[in-house]
Write a new protein. Structure first.
Length: 346
């Protein structure tokens, strides 16, 4: 059966060929007016207006791509000098070996060297535009939860409420004894690393390749899952959705909830591509799509354009400037303080 073109917007073109679950979208209050930036901003405007009457829940799923402009390398950068230098220095078969639990147990040096020089926030580290965008949503009382794959703590640094953050792959803000499991703050561990020490038997509370997700993280995810089931808008940014269980989160939102995917490396065509091996099923470029929008591009630039269309740009820029001025005034001490206090064992 042929299908109608998606432009002009066609909520559902396969109702008679087995895709009846999409039919409810036609009159859904969540329906997008179009599957592009304009449709996204119009829907956001509706949410902003509705927030005055009832609670609005926006959930963000964030990957490494949102931190690249802060100088944090992602695995797409493996061909660059940063990873190659570590591979040459430690004779690593692949860059992933730095984050492999078996390799870490046998040799901690590559991982701690990489963390010290590339991952752990420095006094010069600043959150990205996207991080400030999430903070702006929080300020507007529209942000419900941030699920992040990142261990760089930039969500905390940007001022996102710690209770709203679910660090799916763990965090460098704390570390635990490999023997007794007693937890301590990651700041103390990092000070030892910077001195060239190997803080054995301390292990950062992050999820390595080949390692089971910590029970604490599993419990937090289970506790926060209702946010996905009740969310009004899902924003997926800077991630290829290649890792489980994170990838499957996109399936937990209601079928009427729009899902916005922001990434620079996927063209959203019908070809097998970036998201097609994800645990969840996206609909863009396919007949029957009514809620999935791919905004291809740099995460910072995309949300800047969203803010421009929403007339939020001045608020976003003021937020960025205020943070930068405060950072400069304190000489970067606010980074150290934020990292130190957020990592105190509860």
């Amino acid at each position: 059966m042929g299908c109608a073109p998606l432009l002009p917007f066609n909520p559902c073109c396969l109702c008679s060929s087995g895709f009846n679950l999409f039919c409810s979208c036609v009159n859904s209050p969540h329906s997008l007016s179009s599957l592009n930036l304009e449709g996204v901003t119009q829907y956001l405007s509706k949410l902003e207006h509705r927030q005055k009457k009832r609670e609005v829940k926006i959930v963000v799923m964030a990957g490494a791509g949102i931190s690249v402009s802060a100088g944090v390398p992602d695995f797409r950068s493996m061909s660059t000098g940063i990873y190659q230098n570590k591979m040459d220095k430690y004779s690593l078969p692949t860059p992933q070996h730095m984050f492999d639990i078996d390799y870490f147990i046998s040799d901690q040096a590559p991982f701690y060297d990489f963390v010290k020089t590339e991952l752990y926030p420095k006094p010069t580290t600043l959150p990205t535009v996207f991080h400030h965008f999430m903070n702006l949503l929080q300020e507007k009382q529209m942000l419900s939860r941030v699920y992040t794959q990142n261990i760089d703590m930039l969500e905390r640094l940007a001022g996102i409420n710690q209770e709203a953050i679910c660090e799916v792959h763990g965090t460098l803000s704390t570390s635990s004894c490999a023997n007794c499991k007693k937890q301590c703050d990651g700041y103390s561990t990092m000070k030892r690393i910077r001195k060239g020490e190997k803080p054995k038997p301390q292990k950062p509370d992050i999820v390595f390749f080949g390692e089971k997700m910590p029970r604490k993280v599993q419990e937090q995810m289970k506790l926060n899952m209702p946010d996905l089931k009740k969310c009004d808008l899902l924003i997926v940014a800077g991630t290829s959705l290649a890792v489980q269980p994170f990838a499957s989160f996109i399936d937990a939102v209601p079928r009427s909830t729009p899902r916005i995917f922001i990434n620079r490396d996927s063209d959203g065509s019908g070809r097998k591509g970036e998201y097609d091996d994800a645990g969840g099923q996206h609909l863009w470029g396919k007949c029957g799509n009514y809620r999935d929008v791919l905004l291809r591009g740099d995460c910072d630039k995309v949300v800047t354009q969203i803010c421009r269309e929403m007339d939020w740009l001045n608020e976003l820029q003021n937020k960025i400037k205020t943070f930068a001025d405060n950072h400069k005034k304190k000489g970067g001490a606010n980074v150290e303080e934020k990292v130190r206090t957020s990592g105190r064992a509860k």
